[in-house]
Design a binder for this molecule. Sequence first.
Ligand code: PHE
Length: 338
Amino acid sequence: LQSEALTKIADCQNNQDLNAVRVEYLGKKGPIQNLMKGMKDLTPDQRPAFGQKVNQLKSQIAKAIEEKREALAKKELQEKIEREKIDITLPGRKPVIANLHPLNLVCQELEDLFIGLGYQVIEGDDIVSDEYCFERANIPKDHPARDMQDSLYIDPNWLLRTHTTAIQMEVLEQSAPHLPIKVVCPGKVYRRDDDDATHSHQFMQMEGLVIGEHVTLSDLKGTLEFMARKLFGQDRQIRFRPSFFPFTEPSVEVDVSCHICNGKGCPTCKGTGWIEILGAGEVHPNVLKMAGYDPDKCSGFAFGVGIERVAMLKYGIDDIRHFYTNDMRFLEPFKRFD
Ligand code: PHE
């Protein structure tokens, strides 16, 4: 019995097995208890020696069980330590650090630049009234210029803004009659357009507006030259070409000398040495009047730049759709910190 019990104990793989063995041998219905019960059939002088033997056997088994229990616990701890061992020589994983989207980078760069020149940054709502998007910008209902900006209407009076000029028209009215006004208005704009490499039904603009007592076209030129040099390099030149916008008179289109070939002619500037970057002009007297200003007493300029266009030129991006697809392979190179 003794060696049978000890072998079983030694064979136990876990506490559960061990408990089962304990119950089997030391339990109320076990062989030790049976031996005890059998004592009554012995003669009184046989009993002490027999009792002693049975007790010895009992404590031997109990001791073996206890020892096995400790051994199992030790083994388990050892295994756990082994399992949870940390290899401190393994190189650490680098945390993924978020970075700014290239459109935000350009926006921030422009905002910093204009804040440095004393401008305020004003954002408006994406949904605007027909009144502020068009009427106040001197584009009445039947004006052909409405075709320039195929719009997404929500109802007859409200639409997704087609240009950030809508923000400027509100700023203009709210500020009247106080001068000067110096604001830049960044934001998303929406047009009914078929998406391709250079067109998107939604894109970003930043428009600037300056109104004061003697604000002239040469102030505009100096400001835009400063901006072009900051964005594309100190050697850049700009030039004005006559253009038309209903809300400015005169209106100009602004070209910057190509930053790739420095004006010599290359595929980026289609061999001309110049790249068109924005539209601008002197604010139309009608616009000033409608907002409550006297065009004889003040004047100003406005310009509107496409953020995507600047980002594409600056970073050499060939397809506007890259900005909106969230492809990490496209976004990765814009990491500023590592
Ligand atoms: N609003 C014009 C556009 O969306 C840009 C512009 C702004 C032109 C201000 C002149 C002055 O195309």
